[in-house]
Design a protein around this ligand. Structure first.
Ligand code: SDX
Length: 421
């Protein structure tokens, strides 16, 4: 059996054999036989937009690997900065490479003071932190005009380091602006996760980082670090393909992540659980979902048609946090909701399982994060993944993203004077 397909244009009887390679067929071959005929795939559900060596998903079997390493092993044994290095460089760092990488990131955590004052003070106190993050990531491009030199790989890496390093500072500044607290400057003696927690929660007295919180933060950031061609990563690649600078490309990715169908789901899950309110309301809510009146946030996935491996790991990590904080009262409702859904034909037939967002918010809330910060946490984690794909796309010298369309509008017609309309 040859690994190929044969297509025939029945209008002409002409046929063409196209090889199947790496799980796909090349549209350039398709164009030879059918110029002007487009694949119509608005949600890009059956379209490959890139060749990538960064992350591998197997949706049927619930497998996720970064550069070949299983997510379960990275979550257990690695750190977020090590995973960031892996995603961007393709290999786990040696001790020397790791020391240099951590030193680089640690010494780029500060924001220009004028940026910090002007960019935050211009927002209302109750501005959603994701709105600030999208704006501020783009605003950083005005401080680093040299980042436009995207043809130089060393320049790309220099600003990738800045973006990874500054995300916790941008995020915590957005939060502290929203609660009227003074900003806390980075402490370069702390590791990445501890520095982030301290900048979030230190008020007056020195903030003691609980080891369980530090490890939970590392695991959560690792789990969110990449996920192949998801909506926000595709956005980073599409916007980056116009050869804009990395700050504006990553700001576009932040904007895509903000949506409740994507990274905004973790915040939506907690609001959904609040709305359900009690055990007794779980079954009526499930019926509402099946009737199409509700959406079970934190469930379903374009790729995973099995349990999202990240959801399983987060569920385990939750116990370590709850051992410190006490269980989140909404956990019981979430567990009941999962149990009801996984045994119901509506969800089974549609292969709807918990995804990464179903349990993450419960941990974040128990750690003291307000719900409007949940997607910001997702963005901190996903930044290295976005940057790795942006970098890979530029290394591949990809063409500018410009899909075609199927026109369904009016045929040519003449202008109609106002009096004749
Ligand atoms: C993330 O792509 C990624 O990798 C994303 C992500 C990452 O790491 O980057 O994994 C992170 O975004 C996770 C997903 C978080 N979003 C949510 O939890 C929001 C709720 N989920 C859905 O909106 C939905 O499942 C999506 C958006 C995640 C996936 O949408 P698809 O692939 O377009 O699926 P679909 O909407 O075509 O649904 C197929 C069927 C439909 O039923 P029918 O029309 O066939 O009757 O399943 C139903 C949908 O109505 N369905 C749901 C459902 N999700 C799908 N029904 C109820 N509740 C849901 N959550």
């Amino acid at each position: 059996m040859t690994e190929s397909i044969t297509i025939t244009d029945n209008r002409t009887g002409e046929s063409l054999e196209i090889p199947i390679a790496n799980g796909g067929v090349d549209a350039a071959d398709w164009r030879k036989l059918l110029p002007g005929i487009w694949f119509h795939d608005p949600g890009l559900a059956t379209t490959s937009g890139a060749e990538s060596a960064i992350t591998e998903l197997d949706g049927e079997n619930g497998i996720l690997r970064y550069r070949g390493y299983p997510i379960e092993q990275l979550a257990e044994k690695s750190t977020f900065l090590e995973v960031s290095y892996l995603l961007l460089h393709g290999e786990l760092p040696t001790q020397q490479q790791s020391d240099e990488w951590v030193n680089e990131i640690t010494h780029h955590t500060y924001l220009h003071d004028k940026f910090r004052r002007k960019m935050y003070d211009s927002f209302h106190y109750d501005a959603h932190p994701m709105g600030l993050l999208c704006s501020n990531v783009a605003g950083l491009s005005t401080f680093y005009p040299g980042s436009k030199d995207i043809d130089d790989p060393s320049i790309r890496m220099e600003h990738a380091v800045r973006l990874i390093a500054k995300m916790p500072t941008l995020a915590t500044s957005a939060y502290r602006h929203s609660v009227g607290q003074p900003f806390v400057f980075p402490d370069n003696t702390l590791d990445y996760a501890s520095n982030f927690l301290r900048m979030m929660f230190e008020v007056g007295n020195p903030y003691e980082v609980d080891p369980a919180f530090q490890r939970a933060m590392e695991v959560l950031l690792i789990l969110h670090a990449d996920h192949e061609q998801n909506c926000s990563t595709t956005t980073a690649r599409v916007v980056g393909s116009s050869h804009t600078d990395p700050y504006t490309a990553m700001s576009a990715a932040c904007a895509a992540l903000y949506g409740p169908r994507h990274g905004g789901a973790n915040e939506a899950v907690l609001n959904m659980l609040d709305g359900i309110g009690s055990y007794e309301n779980v079954e009526p809510f499930i019926e509402g979902v099946k009737a199409g009146n509700e959406r079970l946030m934190g469930f379903g996935h374009r790729v995973y048609k099995n349990y999202d491996p990240r959801a399983r790991i987060i569920k385990e990590a939750a116990h370590d946090v709850f051992a410190v904080t006490g269980t989140n009262p909404l956990l019981d409702i979430a567990l009941k909701l999962e149990e009801a859904a996984l045994s119901d034909e509506y969800f089974i037939s549609r292969k709807l399982y918990p995804n990464v967002d179903f349990y993450s918010g419960l941990i974040y809330e128990s750690m003291g994060f307000p719900r409007n910060m949940f997607t910001v946490l997702f963005a901190i984690g996903r930044m290295p993944g976005w940057l790795a794909h942006w970098n890979e796309m530029l290394d591949q010298d990809s063409r500018i993203a410009r899909p075609r369309q199927l026109y369904t509008g009016e045929a040519e017609r003449d202008y109609v004077a106002m009096g004749d309309r």
